[in-house]
Design a protein around this ligand. Structure first.
Ligand code: AMP
Length: 283
């Protein structure tokens, strides 16, 4: 497994993989890798021949009061996980490689970037869209793998790749969860055991939403309120939002649709957790 720090090293390795007739899969991450990331690598292993993972804690997607400085960076364990997963190339760039001094070029998907997570974290999706565009152009992969865990992120990336005609197919993989239902996340490492218990309220609220839909409830606000009450009723949990949206456009809903996405964000102590579930409706 090659660990590359420069763009040229990646391009040379990809060129020789292609010359050998190999298809290329790419998994962008911020590291602190867990089984959720591993599932994206496994998807690349199933569908491609040469596998790239990037590990880069992207400063432009963090707000001034967010956790950039304390975001976990377990380099050795991350490289070991990639090695075990059969990854061929890890792109581990220093910040100056991605953002040289006076860097000034940004990508923004208007509208979608200011809703929900974008409303709570201004500038976040501009940073995400910028770094993902750069990484996709550096890797030049046939397919890139993202998690449904970050639902709004994958929505924005799919729109961006389509509108910018980027030549990589975007594949979205299901959210991996711990056995108790908590969606796996690098940020779960911040949680105390009590906070982790409180964090289970997110997946409980999503389950409840599906059950209410199954019972034939026709009011969007009733379902949203029920999710919100689960969060707000859990000590130590501060809900940011708990909503039902259109699964492609993330627009607000006035009526129940055959497929909807329930999206939740809440703070547990100083840690922000997000989760979502696509709800299927028998109409
Ligand atoms: P991150 O390192 O948090 O930026 O995540 C890198 C990629 O892994 C993103 O596409 C995430 O959506 C995905 N990911 C994170 N957590 C999970 C999970 N629990 N299940 C599946 N994919 C995930």
């Amino acid at each position: 497994m090659l660990v590359a720090e420069t763009v040229d090293q990646v391009r040379i390795a990809v060129r020789s993989a292609r010359a050998a007739g190999k298809s290329v899969g790419f998994v962008p991450t911020m590291g602190a890798l867990h089984a959720g990331h591993r599932s994206l690598m496994d998807a690349s292993r199933r569908e491609c021949d040469f596998h790239i993972v990037s590990i880069f804690v992207n400063p432009t997607q963090f707000g001034p009061h967010e956790d950039l400085a304390r975001y976990p960076r377990p380099r050795d364990a991350d490289l070991e996980l990639c090695r075990t997963a059969g990854i061929d190339l890890v792109f581990y760039p220093p910040v100056e490689v991605m953002y040289p001094p006076n860097y000034r070029t940004f990508v923004e998907v208007a509208g979608l970037s200011s809703l929900l997570e974008g409303a709570v974290r201004p500038g976040h999706f501009r940073g995400v869209a910028t770094v993902v565009t750069k990484l996709l152009l550096i890797a030049g992969a046939d397919r890139a793998y993202f998690g449904q865990k970050d639902y709004q992120q994958q929505t924005i990336i799919r729109v961006m790749v389509s509108e910018l005609n980027l030549p990589t197919e975007i594949r979205v993989c299901p959210t991996l969860r711990d056995p108790d239902g908590l969606a796996m996340s690098s940020r779960n490492a911040y949680l105390t055991p009590e906070q982790r218990q409180a964090g289970l309220s997110l997946s409980r609220a999503l389950h409840l939403a599906q059950r209410i839909v199954d019972s034939g409830e026709q009011s969007v606000t009733t379902i949203e309120r029920a999710m919100h009450e689960i969060l707000a009723g859990t000590p130590g949990v501060e809900p940011d939002y708990a909503v039902l949206r259109h699964p492609d456009t993330l627009e607000e809903l006035t009526e129940i649709l055959p497929a909807m996405v329930a999206l939740i964000a809440a703070r547990v102590g100083t840690t922000r957790l997000i989760d979502n579930q696509v709800l299927q409706v028998e109409l």
